[in-house]
Design a protein around this ligand. Structure first.
Ligand code: ADP
Ligand code: MG
Length: 387
């Protein structure tokens, strides 16, 4: 039995595996709902870890810390997909965990994930398992160049991706992932020529009820998301198709919690599945300011067996810009003052100790009457920003 969140005299603690910015924003929503939060992360004072006394800073590979974390939590969820499903299974023997270990087994390995989606009838790029260098040669011959190589696990922000432009690059790509002491299993997929990248957040609770957010456009630079426009400037028919596909994907993995589904829109208006994130997602940050219920709150509601809130927008449009590190050193930017002056703009800084080039350090969300207005406000705010 899941303990009732609001049972009299029973404090309810949400356990978060991971302490990054997604955990931080989930924790903020949890506190507003009157819950407590426990955080387990490798290292002290992570963005979410520093918010709670229930911080377990040795990470989930440390048996004592994991035991303390499980003991402190009533329901456990995660903010990244980097946990070994075996550990998740051990946790699940003692506490409810959402998404479930079974969902994580379907999602965590990008190859398995694509197989599951294809079996569910979802359109994906051509893809294949890659076990040898010859498999890469064969993939290029069968599906043409360029194609994309991805690490099957633990990739994020494009760190696990490489584009193979011609067969002479195969050696280099093979060595990058499979050479060295710690080979990273890879897969290959055909390159999709897209006009836009789209994303839809879907919350699904334990009763299978859904809250489906608007389809947004995500803009990547160097395989990392920099901007999100909500709603995506596409026709209604495409909006609906993207949202229907996202629901189908979440149901295909029996998802409980919040899920982000990334898709490509092609020149001939096909929507092609890219990947699913089994957690709140960068493309859903805007929901804090722009939707009736944020993705973080609906994530909590879904895993805690509460009714889901409306996913509709409460403003006509929003734009989100990620604040990526531009230097090493201190995680506090040198100036945010000008940014704070722009109407309709909300600044989020994650409180990461260390800044690194390309690291997600914060974001800003602008709302407006149109996507163009929101985007212009976001850029105006960004203008005054100095690292
Ligand atoms: N098959 C593909 N064709 C074209 N671009 C791709 C393909 N796969 C990934 N990309 C680009 O790389 C980005 C990151 O890839 P993704 O698989 O989403 O990895 P990550 O887990 O790092 O987000 C995508 O958002 C897209 O811009
Ligand atoms: Mg992605």
């Amino acid at each position: 039995m899941i303990p009732s969140i609001y049972a009299p005299s029973e404090p309810f603690t949400l356990g978060l595996l991971g302490g990054g910015q997604l955990a931080k924003m989930t924790a903020a929503a949890a506190y507003r709902l009157g819950l407590r939060v426990a955080v387990i992360e490798h290292g002290a004072n992570s963005p979410a870890g520093m918010m709670t006394k229930l911080e377990f800073a040795n990470g989930w590979n440390d048996a004592a810390d994991l035991d303390g974390f499980i003991g402190a939590s009533d329901v456990i969820t995660l903010e990244n997909e980097f946990i070994d499903p075996d550990i998740l299974e051990a946790i699940a023997e003692r506490r409810l965990v959402f998404p479930t270990p079974l969902t994580m087994r379907k999602v965590q390995d990008k190859l398995t994930q694509k197989q599951v989606m294809r079996e569910a009838g979802i359109i994906t790029a051509e893809f294949a398992a890659i076990d040898t260098k010859d498999d890469l040669v064969a993939f290029g011959a069968a599906h043409g160049y360029p194609f994309v190589v991805k690490t099957r696990k633990y990739g994020y922000d494009g760190y696990g991706n490489a584009t193979v432009r011609r067969d002479t690059e195969i050696d280099m790509v093979w060595r990058r992932f499979m050479g060295g002491e710690d080979p990273k299993p890879i897969m290959a997929e055909s390159f999709i020529t897209f006009t836009k990248e789209l994303a839809v957040m879907v919350a699904r609770n334990r009763r299978g009820e859904l809250a489906v957010y608007p389809c947004v456009q995500t803009i990547q630079q160097g395989h990392i998301c920099v901007t999100v426009l909500a709603p995506a400037p596409i026709e209604d028919e495409l909006q609906e198709r993207a949202r229907a596909m996202a629901v189908q994907c979440v149901e295909a993995v029996d998802g409980v919690g919040m899920f982000g589904v990334e898709m490509f829109l092609t020149t001939d208006d096909r929507i092609v599945y890219n990947e699913i994130a089994p957690r709140p997602h960068n493309s859903g940050h805007y929901t804090i300011e722009a939707c009736h219920t944020s993705q973080y709150e609906n994530h909590i509601r879904a895993v805690a067996n509460l009714p889901l809130g409306s996913a509709e927008m409460r403003v006509p449009a929003a734009a989100m810009i990620n604040l990526l590190g531009e230097r090493g050193g201190n995680g506090v930017p040198d100036s945010v003052l000008d940014m704070l002056r722009v109407k309709g703009v909300t600044l989020h800084l994650y409180g990461k100790k260390e800044c690194r080039k390309g690291r997600k350090m914060g974001h800003l969300t602008a709302v407006g009457d149109t996507v163009d207005e929101a985007f212009a406000r976001a850029n105006e705010a960004l203008d005054g920003f100095i690292w």
